[in-house]
Ligand binder design. Structure first.
Ligand SMILES: Cc1cc2nc3c(=O)[nH]c(=O)nc-3n(C[C@H](O)[C@H](O)[C@H](O)COP(=O)(O)O)c2cc1C
Length: 340
């Protein structure tokens, strides 16, 4: 019997958060608290991804999710990325590093799919697009449920046509990359509650709501509006089990950061993070081109992390970041569902 999100004792998914925050401990803690945790495959090699899934599986006997970035054709041109590199040369000097080589890759898509088929987590979720129908069928045949991140009713229709079991409706307040299928489209600003209403009206499969959900009241609201569960990322960034870097943690509680912004300056694809100097100075000139721009800025961001400087780091966070608290995942979950 394949995983059904409606069977969770706590209707909360600890969002996949690639790039550091997602650890096997975070994933297992989400599941052990009665919700569902994820191993995020993004940016990892297939081998490291497999190790992390196995590590999470050792820490829980409950269901686990995994999350994959769906590769997209390149949206960048070498000339635009090279021009951006020139604009960033001064940043590299400032942090005593070189810019990275802007290369294109598919984040090891095929190898990661094989890892999923081999290790059989309960759920495989996708962002930035969809698996092919054939790939989705292979997962279903292996007893693995599938979920697609959607940001518009049109994307939800494509996902339902692909045959996924769950839709994750991601609203504009969400932290991290938007799941928008078209990498050059301006991300939809349709409020989460409207998107949720449209998607639940159009489809009979369970819908998970994501984006800006930080409190028990938020979760009750989306559940009453028809969501089977809520997926929260930012609310867990400061948890004990998260692998968020010290710079990320400090910035989230630093009063100098008062708002978030949607930017392509770090990765060439729109994502929401704390509005810092790098975003202010480079957003206007940043080209599309994921993952080329991600690789271009990677050493710069790493150097800024080493220097403890949050002004040139992608501090991904949703609009509700001020409400994120520390403690164990279990404690945060208890608060989120009003459990004593
Ligand atoms: C630091 C960070 C990393 C993220 N990485 C991923 C990822 O690897 N895959 C994914 O599908 N979503 C990712 N997201 C988006 C989450 O799945 C989710 O949509 C979002 O966190 C919900 O909004 P919230 O942060 O306001 O709770 C990330 C979000 C954050 C904050």
């Amino acid at each position: 019997m394949s995983f059904d999100v409606r069977d969770l004792s706590v209707p909360v998914l600890v969002a996949p958060m690639a790039g550091g925050p997602s650890t096997p401990e975070l994933a297992a803690a989400g599941t052990n608290a009665g919700g569902l945790g994820f191993v995020a495959a993004g940016y990892l090699t297939a081998d490291v991804f497999a190790e992390r899934v196995r590590a999470a599986q050792r820490l829980t006997s409950g269901p686990l999710g995994v999350n994959l970035f769906v590769p997209q054709p390149s949206a960048g041109t070498p000339a635009a990325v090279a021009a951006y590199a020139e604009r960033l040369a001064e940043e590299a000097r400032r942090y005593g590093t070189e810019l990275g080589a802007p290369r294109f890759d598919d984040d090891h898509w095929n190898a990661k799919l094989e890892v999923v088929l081999d290790l059989r987590p309960a759920l495989a979720s996708f962002t930035f697009g969809l698996p092919t129908v054939e790939e989705r069928r292979r997962l279903s045949a292996a007893g693995i449920a599938t979920a697609a991140t959607v940001t518009t009713p049109a994307e939800a229709r494509l996902a339902a046509d692909c045959g996924v079991d769950i839709l994750v409706a991601q609203g504009p307040s969400a932290g991290g990359h938007r799941g928008t299928f078209d990498p050059t489209a301006t991300p939809s600003g349709q409020p989460l509650d409207e998107l949720l209403a449209a998607v639940t009206a159009d489809h009979a499969i369970p819908v998970v709501a994501a984006g800006g959900l930080m409190t028990a009241t938020d979760i009750r609201r989306v559940r009453q509006a028809g969501a089977a569960a809520a997926q929260l990322g930012t609310a867990f960034l400061l948890s004990d089990e998260a692998g968020s870097s010290p710079v990320h943690r400090a910035a989230l509680i630093d009063p100098q950061f008062t708002e978030t912004a949607v930017t392509k300056a770090f990765s060439g694809r729109y994502a929401r993070g704390l509005r810092n100097r790098f975003i202010v100075e480079h957003e206007a000139e940043a080209p599309f081109g994921y993952p080329e721009v991600h690789y271009l800025t990677s050493p710069l961001r790493a150097a800024a992390v080493r220097a403890g400087d949050p002004q040139a780091v992608n501090i991904w966070a949703g609009t509700g970041f001020r409400q994120a608290g520390g403690g164990s995942v279990r404690d945060i979950m208890d608060t989120l569902i009003g459990r004593d």
